[in-house]
Design a protein. Structure first.
Length: 231
């Protein structure tokens, strides 16, 4: 499959970039105690940080709120997923372990202050595009309701939309039966390509150290808008 960023996105945000990680031959299961402990400890430390800081003091959240506004969405109504996680932790409503893929996804999002999505590769149909949602774009989300994605960055394959930095679709969710997956890091636009590559590689290495398998990483940006992902 080919994954491509819509050229029009760069007219609004020239520095927009995403990290892509393709995982193959992975095992998704209950997270090891080490990951559960790190996720819990990180949230506890973040809770104390949030007592003294506003959400917009965190550069990743601030940048993604700016991106939301640039594309025409209201970040106070439809929040970037990373901000939603931070708001939960501020209320001491900590994220419970789910399985290794989701737990790592949440850990990366909290650590790097960015939205992160992970999708079952075998549930994707044909080529995929990152584009901007319109008034007809939406899907049943992991939050248990139908979500409209007008003015929000949207991943869509040849069947339907399936992901966004707002909330992901049920259709392509990773389960304990998943053996190949595509992870998308909605990177901070301020990162340069070298920093973005290092962050993407570090995420892939941590993921495979827990879930096994192998990984291939890419960073897409204005000068490299597409990449081929193995079938």
């Amino acid at each position: 499959m080919k994954l491509e960023m819509d050229e029009k996105l760069f007219h609004t945000m020239p520095d927009l970039k995403i990290g892509l990680i393709y995982y193959n031959k992975i095992t998704v299961s209950e997270s090891p105690q080490m990951l559960k402990g790190r996720l819990q400890l990180f949230q506890e430390q973040l809770f104390f940080d949030l007592e003294d800081k506003a959400l917009t003091d965190f550069p990743g959240i601030r940048e993604w709120r700016t991106a939301w506004k640039a594309f025409g969405a209201d970040p106070s109504r439809y929040r970037p997923s990373v901000e939603a996680l931070y708001r939960r932790i501020k209320k001491q409503n900590y994220i419970a372990p789910y399985h290794s893929a989701v737990d790592l996804n949440n850990f990366f999002s909290l650590q790097y202050q960015i939205p992160v999505g992970i999708y079952d590769r075998m549930k994707l149909v044909g080529d995929a595009t990152l584009t901007l949602g319109d008034e007809e774009t939406g899907y049943e989300g992991l939050n248990g309701r139908f979500n409209t994605l007008e003015h929000i960055l949207t991943l869509r394959d040849e069947y339907s939309p399936f992901g966004s930095p707002f909330v992901d679709s049920i259709r392509t969710a990773v389960t304990e039966e998943t053996t190949s997956a595509l992870q998308v890091l909605f990177l901070r636009p301020s990162l340069d390509v070298e920093e973005a590559s290092k962050l993407t590689d570090a995420s892939a290495n941590m993921f495979t150290s827990i879930s096994g398998g192998d990984s291939t990483t890419h960073v897409l940006h204005a000068l490299q808008r597409s990449v081929d992902i193995p079938d």
